[in-house]
Design a protein around this ligand. Structure first.
Ligand SMILES: [Zn+2]
Length: 215
């Protein structure tokens, strides 16, 4: 199961021409990304809207997600880009002593600031509590400290970053060492070096070419 913060970090990728593509370069792109990751957001928020919003909207989505409307996404877009910087700085720390992703290695956010940002975001979600209605199933509800959809969405990212970094997947995190690649990936097997077969093949071809030109 993918993690929301991990998915957010992956919105910076190589463009295939030696440059870097940002999949969140406009509010509309941010809205589309959120809409595409609504299941992961729902998972973090307990599969339901936090209590303050549940009265207004029964289905997770209405009101919380900016859909693909760029105007509605204007508030969440800069926040999403900011917390992505925090997540990527923490990922850079997680893969150390290996080198971090080349995309932002030279301009990483200060680690303390990154930890503070993630904690502050997650804090807005409030605490979890058990609800077990008579004759029903036990459910976890969050007593959110906010009704602000932006704070809830960014809070979900913060919460998932904490879960990821404090969870078992952190030790499998790697930065792909392929020349043009800037991806963080989860190593499936200790021998896996590249993020994808495509990166592995490209590197093998490059090495072969370098050996031939050198010899
Ligand atoms: Zn790669």
């Amino acid at each position: 199961m993918t993690n929301l913060a991990f998915a957010l970090a992956a919105t910076i990728k190589h463009d295939g021409h030696g440059g870097i593509a940002d999949l969140l370069s406009t509010p509309a792109e941010a809205a589309a990304w959120l809409a595409g990751h609504r299941d992961l957001v729902a998972e973090v928020l307990g599969g339901r809207l936090p209590a303050p919003l549940s009265g207004k909207n029964s289905a997770l989505g209405a009101g919380l997600f900016p859909e693909s409307r760029a105007d509605a996404a204007e508030g969440v877009w800069p926040e999403l880009v900011r917390i992505r910087r925090a997540v990527r700085a923490l990922f850079a720390r997680a893969v150390a002593p290996g080198p971090p992703s080349k995309a932002d290695a030279d301009r990483l956010m200060d680690l303390d600031a990154a930890v503070r940002m993630v904690n502050r975001a997650a804090e807005r979600l409030g605490f979890e509590r058990l609800e077990w209605p008579e004759g029903g199933e036990p459910v976890v509800r969050r007593a959110a400290r906010t009704e602000d959809p932006v704070a809830l969405l960014i809070g979900a990212v913060g919460r998932s970053a904490i879960d990821f970094l404090a969870g078992p997947d952190r030790t499998r995190l790697r930065a792909c060492p392929a020349a043009r690649c800037v991806k963080y990936f989860l190593q499936d097997d200790p021998r896996q070096t590249w993020c994808s077969p495509a990166c592995g093949n490209r590197e093998r071809v490059n090495r072969h070419y370098r050996r031939r030109t050198a010899g």
